[in-house]
Design a protein around this ligand. Structure first.
Ligand code: WQD
Length: 348
């Protein structure tokens, strides 16, 4: 079965995507620098399959390393050739993703996200592997007044994280001209939740900036959550986002990879969202209701760099992949809370 390289595969979205690909029989090489994640997520993946009496350990191999190390990447492709199962495609998650950190450390983000991606793509070409699914972000749209964002909406990132994502998108667009590359650029909106088993989930090693783990911590530790602004031009004054279950996002990667493998060389850019805007207050209230738990919060000033609304027009996703996300906001909240309760300290 096709061997796929997953960069950043021990992280939140990467580990959930490994489950989706393993369920379809793919053979995976996972690489990760472990700077922002724990390789224990891979042990938990094996545990999930073992519950179904499936031993996938021979199809899930891990190599610790960094995309800034060209030799490390080259050795991965060579190792795959050693047992006659060369890497057929890459799902590229590896990269730094904290918006605020990217503002204070732009060179760190350009080095990790752009130079690292360049090294990967260069090695792919050298090893005749020209199928890639790239983890991009709705952050490339920047400040927008559009209710629903289309893939051809204006691109104007407002922070170095977003500019590095857009730069890699542009690199992929440039190499797609030579006609042999199969490329899917997936622009994520707001992935939240966890695998239904509660064995893997979002496991930030540093203090999280994004809302969902902060809601979970507030519910668990009763620390007051700060809602950044209640004076936005929305129904309840709080920002609106497009939350998608992380397992739906994982499925979207699987569908995109299969589409690339089954079709001619092309460059495909897709918004991966549910297409439904949810305010911060709506998210908090839904979490409280389905989990029967209180989330203490207070209103605070707006956060620097926040935009009022980011919601996907996901019609292209539906028409090209003949698929759309199915899991509800309630499921996202239930699954995320289950992960926390089963793993209060993350992957301990
Ligand atoms: C969502 C809403 C905040 C924290 C995300 C990721 C970022 C990048 C882009 C990957 C906003 C509000 C948040 C808090 C709050 N990811 N909020 N109190 O801003 O859409 O960015 O997508 O590509 O890494 O974070 O998501 O979860 O940070 O914020 O009120 O303590 O929650 O103002 O309206 P965002 P978020």
């Amino acid at each position: 079965m096709n061997r796929i390289l997953i960069t950043g595969g021990t992280g939140f979205i990467g580990s959930h995507t490994c489950i989706a690909l393993l369920s379809k029989g793919y053979d995976l090489f996972v690489i990760d620098s472990l700077k922002n994640s724990s390789k224990k997520s891979l042990e938990k993946i094996k545990e999930i399959f073992k519950k179904d009496n499936k031993d996938i350990s021979s199809k899930l191999r891990f190599f610790e390393g960094d995309l800034k190390n060209k030799e490390f990447i080259e050795n991965i492709f060579k190792k795959a050739q050693e047992d006659d199962n060369p890497i057929k495609g890459v799902i590229h998650f590896a990269g730094l993703k904290a918006v605020a950190e990217s503002v204070s450390k732009p060179l760190l983000y350009w080095n990790n996200n752009v130079i690292g991606s360049y090294n990967l793509i260069k090695s792919m070409e050298k090893n005749d592997c020209q199928t890639i699914v790239f983890s991009s972000s709705a952050t490339v749209y920047g400040n927008t007044s559009e209710d629903l964002l289309k893939e051809d909406s204006p691109l104007s990132p407002t922070n170095p994280y977003g500019t590095t994502k857009l730069s890699v998108e542009n690199l992929l667009k440039d190499i797609s001209q030579n006609g042999n590359w199969r490329i899917a650029i997936l622009r994520y909106f707001n992935p939240i939740g966890a695998h239904k088993s509660g064995l893997i989930g979002e496991n930030p090693l540093q203090k999280p900036n994004n809302i969902f783990p902060i809601i979970i911590n507030s519910a668990f530790n009763k620390e007051k959550l700060k809602v950044f602004g209640n004076d936005w031009p929305t129904k309840d004054g709080t920002c609106i986002r497009d939350y998608i279950h992380v397992m739906d996002l994982a499925e979207g990667h699987l569908k995109s990879l299969n589409y690339l493998i089954e079709n001619d060389p092309q460059l495909l850019t897709l918004n991966i969202g549910k297409g439904r805007g949810i305010s911060v207050i709506e998210l908090i209230k839904t979490f409280e209701n389905v989990n029967n738990i209180s989330v203490p919060f207070e209103f605070d000033e707006r956060r620097e760099g926040d935009v009022c609304q980011l919601v996907a027009d996901n019609s292209k996703l539906k028409s090209i992949l003949n698929w759309s996300p199915t899991k509800s906001l309630e499921e996202m909240c239930i699954d995320g809370w289950k992960w926390k309760n089963l793993n209060p300290k993350g992957y301990s």
